[in-house]
Design a protein around this ligand. Structure first.
Ligand code: THU
Length: 139
């Protein structure tokens, strides 16, 4: 049978708790994100909007920056949770940030907290061509 992927119970429980902190005053689209690092540690974030709309930051980047701020450098898995029926698709900015701290095999799991829908990809599948340090002359 295809698509037997399941989101671990502890991730669902944590996502339900932290999505309450999502600050989505304008879009009303609440998002929570949780990352797991190569050290087995877990960090999270929520989307944080702003009256100056363009300053909004997605939950994924908050979660990644939280991990990096704690000294982590390698993300193995990222989870994205929404209350909407359809799982979110991570935006291009978040994928670029993820690619800095992930690799081809980094797993992305996006799920709904109100339906049983799950979408999942590897970073390579969802973002096959990426700008990276390999493209820089002096790196
Ligand atoms: N958003 C995320 O946090 N992650 C996504 O994957 C999609 C979009 C946020 C940004 C903004 O606060 C709201 O969702 C609507 O775009």
């Amino acid at each position: 049978m295809r698509n037997m992927i399941e989101i671990p119970d502890d991730i669902i429980k944590l996502a339900k708790e932290i999505i309450k902190n999502s600050y989505a005053l304008y879009s009303k689209y609440n998002v929570a994100s949780i990352v797991k690092t190569d050290k087995g540690n877990v960090y999270w974030g929520v989307n944080i909007e702003n009256a100056s709309y363009g300053l909004t930051i997605c939950a994924e980047r908050v979660a990644i920056f939280n991990a990096v701020s704690h000294g982590e450098r390698k993300i193995k898995e990222i989870y994205i949770a929404v209350n909407n029926e359809e799982p979110a698709i991570p935006c291009g900015a978040c994928l670029q940030v993820l690619s800095e701290f992930g690799d081809d095999n980094t797993k992305i799991y996006s799920f709904s907290l109100t339906s049983n829908k799950i979408k999942h990809w590897t970073l390579k599948e969802i973002f096959p061509y990426r700008f990276s340090s390999k493209n820089l002359n002096n790196f």
